[in-house]
Write a protein that binds this ligand. Structure first.
Ligand SMILES: [Ca+2]
Length: 508
């Protein structure tokens, strides 16, 4: 594996060359014959920012109260193994909106003006910030299929002409008036109301696709004072979740989502609407104002890393009469699958398009299976906070890739390609035991998948910095295994995994 420069432009251009909007969406295939494909329901996609895999009461929180989302869970299907395509916002959203792995879109990280004040072993390239003009989004897809389309809330995949939601197929665009308003909880109500009004205005005209993308529960945190007070009183020592203002934000979000669901019923559109409620990436298992925001345990890690806590996202789907109430699906799927799935529901056959990475998961909605396949992650970045020397281990990030197949996950760190971590995540979701030393053949098999996948999506590795000196005061050199979480205790370790000695490197 020879490291070569990462060039985002190549990704965007080569992947899209000759595949502009027309060919991708020209199929206009008739509705597919079987199952739910081509049934053309309304689609309400509710995307929460940074909501963790256990951040609902029905998903194991002992502190947050989410009666409306718990009801939604009881009425629909819970996906326990729904994966973000990236551990941070922008690339995950790029995957949701395009059905392509983030690297193909050139957006591999959250764009921020970075000044690498510390020296890293690998030369990091700046991520793409905007969708390429040729990039086709869910807005384009659903508009082409005859849907009324709305993008309400956070976009985060382009702020220049040609890459805005109004350029990408959305009829209605509602966003935060000022960047500083993003953390204001009142935006939750405003966005919810905009969704209700849009649905009301279009329900008798044509099917609707609403991409409702809340800024919550991303920091900075604000919430109604009475709710904050409620959770301050509720807090008891030893609770798994324990940050009152975050809990208050979640309850407010729950309340507004319940209001939206009640409005769907009132307007008579609920029965022909599929509602997807999910998060862009894992919960923030790191500090904010000296308080741990949340924890994703039993899942290891959180936002910023490719451990399960960073990638597993709470995901509920509701479609009365179609999706069985109180059902659970354990089949892994990725955010790259939404594009293909919604295409199938809307009667647009894009399943054979080579520039798409997802499959339609409509069989899962009916309790059927998908053919086995591998899911991939490629995050060729250092964490920003780490570059400034402020990182906690929970925000630990350095260039990494991962692959998941048949319950096994391989994590490959680019700084030292000889070092890998192997987890049997279907039995060991807290990634307690690195099995790499015990299953060399499995390592080899999964590594071969990654090696074949990199060129197929234009993923190029970062080059080593020739003048890197680990002893220099300003250098950052992470050693493999250093970021193991202290919080992954024996309490979460499956008994069979304790038979293997955890391979860990002690903290410095
Ligand atoms: Ca996020």
């Amino acid at each position: 594996m020879t490291p070569v420069p990462l060039d985002k432009k190549i990704f965007a251009r080569t992947a899209l060359a000759g595949c502009a909007l027309a060919p991708l969406l020209a199929a206009n295939a008739p509705a597919l014959p079987s199952g739910l494909n081509g049934t053309r329901p309304n689609v309400l996609f509710i995307l929460i920012d940074d909501l963790g895999a256990t951040d609902l009461q029905c998903l194991g929180s002992d502190f947050y109260e989410t009666p409306n989302l718990d009801k939604l869970r009881a009425q629909g299907m819970l996906f326990t193994n729904a994966y973000a395509a990236a551990p941070v916002c922008a690339p995950a959203r790029a995957a949701i909106l395009t059905g392509r792995y983030p690297v193909r879109t050139g957006i591999t990280d959250v764009f921020m003006p970075k000044k690498a004040v510390r020296m890293t072993r690998l030369v990091e390239r700046v991520t793409g910030r905007n969708f390429a003009p040729e990039e086709v989004t869910l807005g384009d897809l659903m508009k082409k299929a005859g849907y009324a389309t709305a993008c309400i809330g956070k976009w985060h995949v382009g702020d220049s002409p040609g890459s805005l939601p109004q350029d990408k197929g959305f009829d209605l665009v509602v966003k935060t008036p000022r960047k500083d308003d993003a953390g204001d909880y009142k935006q939750i109500r405003k966005f919810t109301q905009a969704a209700i009004d849009f649905i009301d205005a279009n329900k008798d005209q044509k099917p609707f696709f609403v991409y409702l993308s809340h800024n919550a529960v991303h920091l900075p945190f604000t919430a109604p004072p009475d709710l904050i007070e409620k959770y301050e009183k509720k807090l008891k020592p030893g609770m798994k979740h324990n940050y009152p203002i975050y809990a208050a934000t979640i309850e407010y979000l729950d309340r507004e989502t319940g209001r939206l669901m009640a409005e769907l019923e009132r307007m008579g559109v609920a029965k022909n609407t599929i509602v997807v409620f999910t998060s862009d990436n894992g919960g923030r298992a790191s500090n904010w104002e000296y308080q741990l925001v949340t924890t994703n345990l039993p899942y290891h890690g959180g936002k910023h890393n490719v451990y399960e806590g960073g990638l597993r996202v709470p995901t509920l789907m509701y479609w009365p009469g179609r999706i069985s109430p109180n059902s659970t699906c354990k089949t892994p799927f990725s955010q790259v699958d939404y594009f293909t799935t919604f295409a199938a529901l809307a009667g647009q056959d894009v399943s054979k398009n080579p520039i798409l990475d997802g499959v339609s998961i409509t069989p899962l909605l009916e309790g059927r299976k998908l053919p086995p396949r591998a899911l991939y992650w490629f995050y060729p970045h250092y964490n920003i906070a780490a570059l400034y020397g402020k990182s906690s281990i929970y925000e630990y990030a350095r260039p990494v890739a991962a692959v998941l197949k048949d319950g096994w996950k391989l994590v490959e760190w680019f700084e030292d390609p000889l070092q890998v971590e192997l987890f049997k995540v279907d039995e060991d979701p807290c990634e307690y035991t690195n099995m790499a030393a015990h299953r060399p053949q499995k390592v080899q098999e999964l590594r071969a998948l990654l090696e074949a996948w990199y060129p197929s999506v234009g993923a190029k590795l970062l080059e080593q910095r020739k003048d890197f000196d680990p002893n220099e005061e300003n250098s950052v050199l992470w050693r493999w295994g250093e970021a193991r979480y202290e919080s992954v205790t024996d309490e979460y370790a499956p008994p069979e995994m304790k038979d293997y000695k955890p391979v860990r490197t002690p903290k410095k």
